[in-house]
Design a protein around this ligand. Structure first.
Ligand SMILES: Cc1cc2nc3c(=O)[nH]c(=O)nc-3n(C[C@H](O)[C@H](O)[C@H](O)COP(=O)(O)OP(=O)(O)OC[C@H]3O[C@@H](n4cnc5c(N)ncnc54)[C@H](O)[C@@H]3O)c2cc1C
Length: 398
């Protein structure tokens, strides 16, 4: 019988792990991906959906043809329970056995973190970004103050900044810039913290961008309630809005908590530098599903952003390790999240910032932020390249 590799989740992490194992081992393995979504969604483009700059089919594609072409079976179903002791996963499409399991089920929005968070627009899923587009169009009919924010324990700060500066750009295009108040409210201790505390120059640069755009910035904010017309903070501050977009905290998928000893309090899977789980050698977790302990304390808690590049790197490390295990070779692939390089382009309407560091978590030996309109073009190129790469299943390309 061929070795069975089962991957849960078909996004950045799951697709990379599944196709990488399959391309290295060929017919030695039977690779199955069980995914709750039948589409790959390129999340970095969600910042543009509400403004009509992209549609659903521009930023997503069906997974099944890509997997089938590369010899991987795709099952459109949700995992319900993992039983590592009997090597089985129960799903909405039946029970699947495995020799190696890769958990790549990412995040869900934690919408109970603040009262009212459930009802305010966000952009952290495709459906949310589409709904936010409806809210933006209503706003254009009846403009007023705008609040863009990231709650306590949020981690996806890059998307919040991108959306903030893109909103500022879109206000200008709509002839509203300077006529309505635009506020950024964040749990970060300072603008430019990004949840990773340590990009040199980030604080000055984000401050400069905000001043240039006339954006009011409220940092260290703990939201107490989000009403349909205002964001309220713990210190009594009330920020009225006609249009708002708030990035919520993320949480691991709930079904994982059904396996004793698998996840931490945030629903994420603690892993070793090989991305094997702490307890089971044949169970891996990669991407957002893998736990990353926050190595600092801030007055208001913030999460660590788990972006696409480290996600794909983790999946490659795990895949190489699975390959070594299948072949009975000595395991040699290790890379902690903290040591993976950081590589990101932040869009800002018709401007942007490129961020590079030799490691995700401080202290970096090398780090640089380069602002300029060329980064907007770089982001567009990154989008086209990444979607084409994933659609063709060429996950071993950089
Ligand atoms: C708005 C936004 C903008 C971003 N911008 C950038 C950017 O500019 N650059 C960058 O590098 N990163 C960016 N990111 C981060 C990037 O999207 C993540 O790093 C990436 O999505 C992580 O991939 P993942 O596969 O770990 O998890 P996810 O993308 O969360 O995928 C998890 C997959 O698992 C599936 N799943 C969930 N539950 C189950 C279940 N029970 N059974 C089976 N399948 C399940 C889901 O359907 C999904 O397909 C952004 C994220 C967001 C939200």
């Amino acid at each position: 019988m061929r070795t069975r590799v089962l991957v849960l989740g078909g996004s950045f992490a799951g697709m990379t792990a599944a196709l990488s194992v399959r391309s290295r081992l060929g017919d030695e393995v039977e690779v199955t991906v069980v995914g709750a979504s039948d589409r790959f969604v390129f999340n970095p483009s969600l910042i543009w959906l509400p403004f009509g700059r992209r549609g659903r089919t521009d930023v997503s594609f069906l997974l099944e043809p890509t997997f089938t072409r590369r010899g991987v079976r795709f099952v459109h179903a949700s995992a319900l329970r993992v039983d590592p002791d009997v090597h089985e996963v129960e799903t909405t499409a039946g029970t699947f056995g495995y020799d190696y399991l890769v958990i790549a089920t990412g995040y869900r929005n934690d919408l109970d973190a603040v009262p009212g968070l459930r009802d305010v627009p966000t952009i952290t899923t495709l459906a949310d970004a589409e709904r936010t587009g409806d809210a933006w169009r209503r706003f254009l009919d009846e403009p007023g103050d705008v609040v863009i924010g990231a709650t306590q324990r949020a981690s996806c700060f890059g998307a919040a900044y991108e959306f903030l500066f893109t909103t500022s750009y879109q206000l200008r295009r709509a002839g509203l810039h300077g006529k309505v108040r635009l506020t950024y409210v964040t749990s970060e201790p300072y603008a430019g913290h990004f949840g990773i505390d340590g990009m040199p120059g980030a604080r000055a640069l984000m401050g400069m961008f905000a001043r240039r755009e006339g954006i009011e910035v409220v940092t260290g904010a703990q939201m107490s309630e989000i009403r349909t017309d205002a964001v309220e903070l713990d210190d009594g501050t009330v920020l009225p809005y006609r249009f708002a977009m708030v990035v919520p905290p993320f949480h691991g998928q709930d079904f994982l908590a059904g396996t004793p000893g698998l996840v931490d309090a945030g629903g994420y899977v603690p892993v070793r530098p090989t991305y094997q789980t702490e307890r089971w050698d044949d169970v891996y977790a990669v991407g957002i599903a893998a736990a990353v302990p926050v190595p600092w304390v801030t007055q208001v808690p913030v999460g660590i952003p788990k972006t696409g590049f480290p996600t794909e790197q983790q999946a490659h490390v795990a895949a190489a390790h699975v390959v070594a295990q299948v072949r009975g070779e000595a395991p040699s692939h290790e890379k902690e999240f903290a040591d993976i390089p950081a590589l990101c382009v932040m869009d800002a309407g018709n401007d942007g910032v490129a961020m590079v560091a030799d490691r995700m978590l401080p202290p970096p030996r090398f780090a640089a932020m380069v602002p300029g309109p060329q980064n907007h073009l770089a982001k567009l190129a990154f989008e086209k390249y990444s979607i084409a790469k994933m659609r063709r299943g060429l996950v071993r390309l950089p």
